[in-house]
Design a binder for this molecule. Structure first.
Ligand code: NAP
Length: 164
């Protein structure tokens, strides 16, 4: 499976329930990677989406421990094993972990590729993921040209898990 995330210099991913910043160029990139695919997210990330609804034209899997939780148009899973069992029916390359911090860290070792948008700044943040530059099994295999939006420099990168 894959992971797709935008991080700042400190591998922060979120602040006050939302994203660190809005990068208009990153949205089409995220769409291109995930359209028609299987996406896995935590209940809090679902709630941060427009209308708190699943993303269109993708198979949405929501993780929660709340057995009462319902979400039209999404598959609900109550633990990691249940997710791994459910996604066996799909091709690994088609599965994307899309957040948030808890879910990224939970599945990081299960991922073969990580699509990391690097934002070259320290942003106000309260949610972080593991720093993949400090983990021996992750190597950078691709980097885009640097991009810029309103003075903020960012770059798309791909990390690969050499243990998989
Ligand atoms: N930078 C990015 O690319 C990016 C992408 C996505 C999200 N984000 C940001 O990340 C932040 C949200 O991350 P977060 O860590 O607070 O929340 P999260 O990972 O989206 O969701 C956490 C919730 O997932 C459920 N969960 C976690 N582990 C579970 C397990 N083992 N089994 C079953 N359910 C489990 C629990 O739901 P219940 O409480 O319902 O039990 C938990 O409260 C937001 O600020 C969001 O904007 C950033």
């Amino acid at each position: 499976m894959n992971l797709i995330v935008a991080v700042d210099n400190n591998w922060a991913v979120g602040y006050k329930g939302g994203l660190l910043t809005y990068l208009p160029g990153d949205l089409p990139y995220f769409k291109e990677k995930t359209m028609g695919k299987i996406i896995i997210m935590g209940r809090k990330t679902l709630e941060s989406l427009p209308g708190g609804r699943p993303l269109k034209d993708r198979t949405n899997i929501i993780m929660t421990r709340d057995k009462e939780f319902t979400c039209e148009g999404a598959k609900i899973c109550y633990n990691k094993d249940e997710v791994l069992e459910y996604v066996k029916q799909y091709t690994c390359e088609d599965i994307f972990i899309i957040g948030g911090a808890e879910i990224y860290n939970l599945f990081m070792n299960e991922c073969k590729k990580a699509y990391i948008t690097k934002i070259y700044k320290e942003m106000p943040a309260d949610k972080h993921i593991n720093n993949m530059d400090k983990l021996d099994n992750w190597k950078v295999t691709w980097e885009s040209e640097k991009q810029e939006h309103e003075g903020l420099v960012y770059q798309w990168t791909v990390y690969e898990n050499v243990n998989m």
